[in-house]
Design a binder for this molecule. Structure first.
Ligand code: SAH
Ligand code: SF4
Length: 393
């Protein structure tokens, strides 16, 4: 079979993720919360307020080196340095700029593993219709750069184990989880690179890069809390997308601080979904949709369903009608994404007309449906195209 010859094993590899998957040595201060920093300053016999000074330097101020912190005595900084401790943010190793303004960054972690983080000025259209647009007028014209709002697409793992058939990241398998600091650090590095002033400029975060965030749940949630409490992002401007790790969808509903939820639906029936997303064998549509129906949405909040359209596979009018039945009664919107093609992906992108027809069926049934504009396809930065293509471009 062509699939196997391209190095992709059949079936779902979820069960094969080693439980103690390697994580880099913990010499980075980026990723520590206030409690952990407090323990650190106590261990060094320092007054407690030093923890807050470290926290402020790392998160709101986004400093990248300890020796840039002017408020803390040199002797303490030297003592931290002697332990090999520093802020250690991920480093932008390479950047690829698209004609549409999208920038794909290759980020190097402390152990030289790399992931990709994408900057999309003006968002990708996926936020449209979720009520977030009304805040656009926040930005005074004199401070606006050449973008009014932007979205950062963040990775949660090095590679991905879920093995969806249409996704290039899947071809990598999973190497390891990212730490909370490595997740936060992708964002702080891009904010600094773009010289973003969060008080004046509008940035959304989508956890839709490489990896399955809900298979790295604790680090992902810790990163979210650091972004909200440290860096200063409102949780309402973050969205996490999952392929459907049902127990974690339920845990996520119980979190006090949490982003919005997006579900990669991609097919309206079990046989079809199993074929393109092997994870469906572990948690089928009935289990997934029950978890979504039970999900405690907040005031004005909607759940997003993402649906990658694969020509002649899941994009027939009958599939659209099945989607209508599946999501009936759920406060939601549907984001349609015409397949972003890539080497090793055996599916084709549908014509625009087919995408429109699919959208119309949903809209006419009263379901808000949006077609996501592909961003940065020319630099392999679009959804499902992230795969550390160091040599490719
Ligand atoms: N692992 C998570 C988040 C990252 S993938 C998840 O799957 O939800 C982000 C989105 O990109 C998902 O909705 C996925 O269905 C979509 N996607 C993956 N490969 C794609 C491709 N080749 N073309 C278009 N969208 C794709
Ligand atoms: Fe992993 Fe998401 Fe790609 Fe599926 S679509 S392989 S879950 S990154």
């Amino acid at each position: 079979m062509a699939r196997e010859s391209q190095g992709r094993p059949s079936g779902c590899r979820i069960m094969m993720i080693p439980l103690g998957m390697a994580e880099p040595a913990q010499s980075a201060l980026l990723g520590l919360d206030l409690q952990e920093l407090t323990a650190l300053v106590h261990r060094h016999g320092q007054p407690e307020y030093r923890a807050r000074q470290l926290f402020d330097a790392i998160y709101p101020q986004r400093l990248t080196r300890l020796n840039a912190i002017s408020t803390i005595p040199r002797a303490f900084l030297t003592a931290l340095d002697a332990e090999g401790l520093d802020i250690h943010p991920p480093v932008i190793e390479k950047s690829f700029a698209s004609v549409d303004g999208t920038i794909r960054h290759l980020m190097a972690m402390g152990d030289s593993e790399t992931v990709e983080t994408v900057w999309m000025p003006e968002g990708d259209g996926g936020e449209a219709g979720d009520g977030s647009d009304d805040l656009d007028t926040d930005i005074p014209a004199e401070n606006a750069q050449d973008w009014r709002r932007a979205t950062i697409c963040v990775s949660s793992q090095v590679g991905c184990a879920v093995n969806c058939r249409f996704c290039l990241t899947a071809l990598l398998g999973v190497k390891r989880n990212l730490t909370a600091g490595e997740i936060v650090g992708q964002i702080t590095a891009v904010l600094s690179d773009r010289k973003v002033d969060l008080e004046r400029q509008r940035v959304n975060i989508v956890f839709m890069g490489m990896g399955e965030p809900f298979l790295n749940y604790d680090n992902f949630m810790k990163a979210v809390r650091l972004l909200v409490e440290g860096v200063g992002f409102p949780e309402s401007r973050m969205t996490v997308s999952t392929s459907g790790i049902v127990p974690r969808v339920r845990d996520f509903g119980g979190e006090e601080i949490r982003p919005r939820l997006a579900i990669s639906l991609n097919a309206p029936s079990d046989p079809l979904r199993e074929r393109i997303m092997p994870i469906n064998k572990k948690w089928d549509l009935a289990q997934l949709m029950r978890a979504v129906r039970d999900f405690p949405l907040r005031n004005r909040e909607k759940v997003t369903f993402e649906y990658v359209l694969l020509n002649g596979v899941n994009d027939e009018p009958s599939h659209a009608r099945q989607v209508v039945e599946l999501v009936r009664g759920i406060r939601c919107k549907v984001n349609l994404i015409a397949l972003n093609p890539g080497p090793g992906i055996d599916f084709a992108t549908p014509e625009q007309e087919r995408v429109k027809d699919f959208q119309n069926i949903l809209v006419q049934a009263g379901i808000p449906a949006f077609v996501r504009r592909p961003r940065g396809r020319d630099i392999y930065a679009a959804c499902g195209q992230l795969k550390r293509t160091v040599g490719d471009l």
